[in-house]
Ligand binder design. Structure first.
Ligand SMILES: Nc1ncnc2c1ncn2[C@@H]1O[C@H](COP(=O)(O)OP(=O)(O)OP(=O)(O)O)[C@@H](O)[C@H]1O
Ligand SMILES: [Mg+2]
Length: 443
């Protein structure tokens, strides 16, 4: 298949003449300046990256490019018209989601060798841009190499550079139960039971462990969040969206220096500040999602009272060892959870959220902690929650008093916040992703 030579071509610096249906091989030419994997030893991915020391040509021959050449032959190169017909012309009725990079459609494709139909999700990137292409290419490269029950399977891709612009599409296995984000935060769906939440946390942790510790090259996922944890028919989690994934630091280096990219509310503060990316940046994001699973609250919720908008600030007021801890638990659990398990998960979240990245656990250690927490089976969540309600009453009193004292300045502030919120909801997709090209050499 055409994609075998993808990295070879980039190394030699040659490009293929344009055609209407291109493989990652030939589309990579437009990426030469942004350059994932230009030569062995350079980190690959969707954006500008430099390693911490001068890269040598002696780095491992088993780089991402060579792994891709070995493993990606299972990917199918689709023609645009095949995917158009698979999705009824990208029909609105078949649209199942929309993210920062484009719309996702449900579709049906015929297997290579017969008439059986397979349900797929087709993501059509809406960026007619170099950045969109880079994210598409990173996704093809990484998902072409990795294979794990907790990672979504990429079936194939489509790239067209025609007179009417560029089209970049990805075809995944279809995940029938939406995302963890939908089930935690959208009240349309029934609340996820406690055991299912723990299973999801465990599966997601195992997926990250595989990326960090189980592939020949380390993969840093860089966009771990509840909306990227998709759920299969049995609610088993699979990580999706590898557009921001990066190859980890080469041997002898502690981190990869990158332009800062990710999603507000999930990216590690040290990464945002320095642009130094490590697997521990994913561990921070995992800690955020653990608190989302416990509380049923999103990492940032603008429609809450001011002092509850940032989940991590809010939960700090209910320390894990205190009697008030139960108060953070998702009311939709209706006390059907093990308090001991919940405390263990919160402790794990806290170390994942250590300020110093080196103090955060490895994901394999997080997996062990979750397994231990799962041993607590008693559904005794009510005890502390009742105590918590008392504490909550006291707290509400205190907050009301604080707010009265803040007086008119606060009311002005709120009006400003309200305006900001209106502005945000007008551009809800745009606000979630960020790219701050403030650190690394963008090319
Ligand atoms: N393989 C899939 N199977 C079924 N549904 C999917 C699949 N991939 C994506 N979706 C649906 O499409 C939605 C949008 O996904 P997408 O990754 O584009 O955006 P997002 O994760 O919500 O936001 P962001 O762009 O910030 O990552 C998902 O929440 C999910 O409901
Ligand atoms: Mg996503």
């Amino acid at each position: 298949m055409g994609c075998f030579g993808c990295f070879e071509r980039k190394r030699s610096g040659r490009s293929k003449p344009s055609s209407s249906a291109l493989s990652p091989l030939s589309t990579s030419r437009s990426d030469d300046s942004g350059a994932p994997g230009r030569h062995a030893g350079t980190s690959s991915g969707s954006a500008a990256t430099t390693t911490t020391t001068t890269t040598t040509t002696l780095s491992s021959p088993r780089s991402l490019p060579s792994l891709y050449e070995e493993r990606a032959h299972n990917l199918r190169a689709f023609e645009f018209k095949e995917l158009r017909s698979a999705t009824d012309g990208f029909s609105r009725q078949l649209k199942i989601g929309e993210g920062g990079f484009g719309c996702v459609y449900r579709g049906s494709i015929k297997a290579h060798n017969g008439n059986t139909n397979t349900a797929v999700a087709v993501k059509k990137l809406n960026h007619n841009s170099l950045q969109g292409h880079k994210q598409w290419l990173a996704e093809v490269q990484f998902l072409g190499v990795v294979e794990h029950p907790n990672l979504v399977k990429l079936i194939g891709y489509c790239a067209v550079d025609g007179e009417r612009g560029c089209q970049r599409l990805l075809v995944y296995e279809f995940m029938p139960n939406k995302s963890l984000d939908d089930h935690l935060f959208n009240k349309v769906y029934p609340s996820l039971p406690w055991n299912v939440r723990l299973q999801i946390a465990l599966g997601a942790a195992e997926g990250l462990t595989y990326l960090h510790e189980g592939v020949e090259v380390q993969v840093i996922y860089r966009d771990f969040k509840a909306s990227n944890v998709l759920l299969d028919e049995e609610f088993k989690p699979k990580l999706s969206d590898f557009g921001l994934a990066r190859e980890g630091p080469s041997p002898g280096n502690t981190h990869v220096s990158t332009a800062v990219m990710g999603t507000y509310g999930y990216a590690a503060p040290d990464y945002i500040e320095t642009g130094h990316l490590t697997a521990k940046s994913d561990v921070w994001s995992f800690g955020v999602v653990l608190y989302e699973i416990l509380t049923g609250r999103k990492s940032t919720e603008r429609n809450r009272p001011r002092n509850e908008q940032k989940l991590l600030d809010w939960v700090k007021r209910y320390p894990v060892e205190s009697r008030r801890f139960g108060q953070i638990m998702d009311p939709r659990l209706e006390n059907q959870y093990s308090m001991r398990a919940a405390r263990e998960i919160a402790k794990l979240a806290n170390i994942c959220l250590s300020k110093n990245a080196r103090d955060r656990p490895k994901m394999s250690e997080a997996v062990e902690s979750i397994k231990q927490a799962m041993q607590f089976q008693e559904m005794d969540g009510c005890t502390d929650a009742v105590e918590g309600n008392l504490a909550k009453a006291t707290e509400v009193d205190r907050e009301t008093k604080d707010e009265q004292e803040a007086g008119s300045t606060e009311s002005l502030r709120r009006r400003m916040l309200h305006l900001a919120k209106l502005n945000e909801s007008a551009n809800v997709v745009g606000r979630r992703k960020f790219m701050l090209m403030n650190v690394a050499d963008p090319l």
